[in-house]
Design a protein around this ligand. Structure first.
Ligand code: HEC
Ligand code: HEC
Length: 206
């Protein structure tokens, strides 16, 4: 049989042009934004709507699968994830991946002594980790400037500050626990509230 010679799981290569249409008709753009729309609600000060521009398509697909299966918990995103087919998902992921990368937030003019954990501390944690607490450098997986490392860690640089803060709290509490091997739960565990706030701000401004 000829068919049997085809690779068993030919990963669907998404079509970004079809994906643009689908992201619109499936309402993804309302919250996650699109090209030229400043990433929708995700840029608002109280936005917890994850920017998706320039994100790895594989990461987007994994998150949708995790929302579907309940491995990552969010009522609304579970409903959205269940409502689209795998083919639509491949196209939508390809579309977001081709958008310009998440724009960095304006640098805050925060004097170091004003915050419990200054940005310089966040910068150090990001670039070097903290061996005393067995904390690896974030950069080893999320890359320089948070640009991500294909197949290792998603893009986080320029992601919304409030979204980042929420995710770090969720990793720490365990309410989000869909990273392979629980690595993100392990790394967030020793962080203080002040460190989470400083890291979220620092990463959002990358
Ligand atoms: C009403 C707003 C809303 C709509 C519409 C919506 N989302 Fe979301 N989405 C969210 C929120 C809020 C989160 C963050 C969930 C959390 O806190 O874990 C999220 C998270 C995500 C994530 C995870 C991002 C990350 O960085 O981990 C992906 C991927 C995603 N949405 C894709 C989609 C797609 C695809 C659609 C359309 C089919 C869609 N969303 C529609 C609100 C929305
Ligand atoms: C060993 C690799 C690794 C290291 C080191 C690492 N991360 Fe991650 N991180 C990941 C992976 C993998 C994911 C995605 C997990 C998933 O949902 O599949 C992730 C997800 C995240 C997310 C959620 C992104 C989103 O869009 O929802 C944030 C925020 C984050 N990491 C911040 C950090 C910070 C801050 C550090 C340093 C303290 C760090 N990470 C260190 C691998 C790593």
């Amino acid at each position: 049989m000829l068919l049997a010679q085809l690779p068993a799981s030919a990963a669907p290569r998404g079509d970004p042009v079809a994906g643009r249409e689908k992201a619109d008709s499936e309402r993804c753009l309302e919250c996650h934004g699109g090209s030229g729309e400043g990433q929708g609600f995700s840029v608002g000060t109280d936005g917890k709507f994850a920017k998706l521009g320039g994100q790895y398509p594989e990461y987007i697909i994994k998150q949708i699968q995790d929302f579907r299966s309940g491995k990552r918990k969010h009522e609304f995103m579970k409903m959205m994830a269940t409502g689209i087919s795998d083919a639509d998902l491949a196209d939508i992921a390809a579309y977001f991946a081709t958008l310009p990368p998440m724009p960095a937030a304006a640098k805050s003019a925060q004097a170091p002594q004003q915050a419990a954990a200054p940005l310089s501390h966040a910068q150090q944690l990001y670039a070097q980790g903290d061996p005393a607490r067995k904390l690896p450098a974030c950069t080893s997986c999320h890359g320089e400037g948070g640009k991500g490392t294909a197949g290792v860690g998603p893009v986080i640089g320029g992601q919304g500050q409030r979204y980042l803060e929420q995710q770090l709290h969720d990793w720490r509490s365990g309410s989000r626990n869909n990273s392979a091997g629980g690595v993100m739960n392990q790394f967030a565990a020793p962080l203080s509230d002040a460190e989470i706030e400083a890291l979220a701000r620092y990463v959002s401004e990358m």
